[in-house]
Design a protein around this ligand. Structure first.
Ligand SMILES: [Zn+2]
Length: 247
């Protein structure tokens, strides 16, 4: 096994996660109907289902009807591939790696659901919280209180932001930070919140200037949190612990 192959497995995992994120909110099964174009309903061939590559080859459009395939499909697949490769380099088959697998899958599915429907399905958020909590019962590079305080403080901070933004931030984002706290610990959670806010603001600014802001003017915060949290989990948490001596 090497990091390159892990990247390929990660992209396939990300592709499955996108399917889950797009289908769960509609109550659809994971296997039926088979993957199809949302524009014309045509079932996709095997060579149209290769993560990242297929999207690049058809230049983001259905070959039959020309319907646009959102750029975030390959972006999420690429992100999951990168997460797998980086986690493998750092932990090989250790628990840190399996935590990255679970977190990247849940966060990829949540990002897809948020981008598509502007909501974070409870089933996905709680799968993330329960899965990460279960591993944290016995695998903790940081002291146990760091994860506990991070979870409570994260949900508290997001609840405050939700009130301050008058509901511009969803309840799903508040629950999501229970998972982020358990994943990254206290300083990692704060760093995730800062990075995600910067990314969310930049995305909002870009959407406003290009006139592509959603009708309800809500910026999907979920994908920004997903990218920031995985970045912090894979890199910054050990860095913060080592150089700042805080957790
Ligand atoms: Zn089509």
């Amino acid at each position: 096994m090497n990091a390159g192959w892990m990247g390929v497995y990660g992209a396939v995992w990300g592709s499955f996660a996108v399917l889950v994120g797009v289908r769960i909110p509609q109550g659809q099964s994971m296997v039926r109907p088979p993957s199809h174009c949302d524009g014309c309903g045509r079932a996709l061939n095997w060579h149209e289902l290769i993560p990242v590559l297929s999207w690049v080859l058809v230049r983001g459009r259905c070959r039959t009807c020309g319907a646009r395939i959102p750029f975030w499909y390959p972006a999420i697949e690429l992100g999951a591939g990168l997460a797998f490769a980086l986690a493998w380099v750092q932990w090989h088959w250790g628990w840190g790696f399996w935590l990255a697998v679970w977190a990247s899958g849940v966060l990829a599915a949540l990002s897809a659901a948020d981008l598509r429907y502007h909501r974070l399905p409870d089933l996905l958020v709680w799968s993330g919280v329960v899965g990460v909590a279960a591993v944290r019962l016995f695998y903790r590079p940081l002291p146990w209180w760091s994860y506990l305080v991070a979870t409570l403080a994260g949900m508290g901070l997001l609840a405050l932001l939700r009130v301050a933004s008058r509901g511009g931030m969803g309840l799903g984002d508040v629950k999501l930070f229970a998972m982020i706290g358990l994943l990254t610990g206290l300083s990692g959670m704060l760093l995730t919140l800062i990075l995600a806010s910067v990314m969310g603001s930049l995305a909002g600014l870009a959407a406003a200037t290009t006139g592509r802001l959603a009708p309800d003017h809500r910026i999907p915060f979920g994908p920004a949190v997903a990218v920031a949290a995985m970045g912090v989990y894979l890199y910054a948490t050990p860095w913060i612990g080592r150089y700042w001596g805080i957790h």
